[in-house]
Each structure stands twice: as C-alpha cells, then as structure tokens.
Write a protein that binds this ligand. Structure first.
Ligand code: K2U
Ligand code: ZN
Length: 169
C-alpha cells in the first residue's frame, strides 16, 4: 500500500468531474487500499478519489471512533434526501480551514461496494454530512464554494501563501 499526495485548493484538478467506474478490478481495489491508508494517515474521516488526482467516482469514509470501519462507495448516487443540518466542515484539501455548511439531514445513498456489489444506505448526522461532502468532490466542488466570495477569496489567498512557503522550505 502507499500514501498518496492530496491536492490542495485551489488546484484546478479539484474541479474535474469524476467518471463512473466501469469495472471494480484489481486497479480499483489497490486504489481503495491506498486511499484508505492516505485518509487514516492524514488523519481524516473521508477522502474522494478526486483529491488524489484520480477522477473516478470512488469515495472512502470511516466515521467510527476506533477508525476501523471503512466504508467504500463506488458510483454513489443520493436517491432520497430530507431535512437540513449545519456542520462545521473541514477538508483535507483545504488544511486548517473550518466553516459551517448546511446540507441535507438524512440521505439514502446507493453505491457499489469494494466487491462491485450494489448496496443502499439510509444515513443521517456526521455520516450524511461526510457522504455529501465527498460526493461534492466527485462533482468537482470544494466546500469553500458554499461560502461568500469574500471568505472564499481570503481562503484562496491563504492557501496560495501556504503553497509559496512550502516551496521555499
Ligand atoms: O477532505 C475531505 O473530504 C475529508 C473531510 C471529510 C469531512 C468533511 C466535512 C465534515 C466531515 C468530514 C475531512 O477533512 S476529514 C477531517 C474532519 C473530521 C471531522 C470533522 C471535520 C473534518
Ligand atoms: Zn474535502
């Protein structure tokens, strides 16, 4: 397994549209393993393939306390959504930034698992937030796009300054 490089906002590759996975083959299974390792090492509770510059519809999530209950969603689709909740979100592609975002409170999501088998989940709370956050990544959307232009531009400047400082180090 390997830890992968996570793209940082405002990298334009974060805005590419992810394509459906055609076949859950050995390559996809290796990417699932590498994404899970990358997510746990970050640490984070979710990671979309877009964030590691792989533009396919693949998400890994683990919201368990012990970080030992990996959820893999391939070609996910939200088929039902209801209610509204606000949550202070972060993103591994926007390090150090936490802002409140409103999303659906409850969702029903259909996807393929890491064996290519179709499943359906009814979720709410943090898991619902995380799935919606990661599915936005597959659409090329980063959570800062829900903020005001002023806030978003300040975050963009901060990320570009961070990138310049890393390049000097
Ligand atoms: O970058 C990512 O997409 C991983 C996200 C997943 C996430 C976003 C918003 C709300 C919950 C999960 C996070 O960076 S993982 C770090 C984290 C953990 C708990 C709460 C907020 C952020
Ligand atoms: Zn994110």
């Amino acid at each position: 397994m390997a830890t992968l490089t996570i793209l940082n906002y405002p990298d334009p590759r974060l805005h590419k549209l992810a394509k459906p996975v055609q076949d859950v083959d050995a390559t996809i299974k290796r990417l699932v393993d590498d994404m899970a390792e990358t997510m746990y090492a970050a640490p984070g509770i979710g990671l979309a393939a877009t964030q590691v510059n792989q533009h396919i519809q693949l998400i890994v999530i683990d919201t368990s306390k012990e970080q030992n209950d990996l959820l893999v969603l391939i070609n996910p689709k939200i088929v039902v959504k209801s209610g509204r909740q606000e949550y202070e979100e972060g993103c591994l592609s926007v390090p150090g930034i936490y802002e409140t975002v409103a999303r659906a409170e409850k969702i029903t999501v259909e996807a393929l698992d890491k064996h290519g088998k179709k499943f359906k989940l009814d979720v709410e709370g943090l898991l619902a937030v995380c799935i919606q956050h990661e599915m936005d990544h597959l659409l090329g959307k980063v959570f800062v796009e829900y903020l005001s232009p002023l806030k978003r531009n300040r975050i963009k400047s901060k990320m570009l300054k961070l990138k310049r400082e890393k390049a000097k180090a």
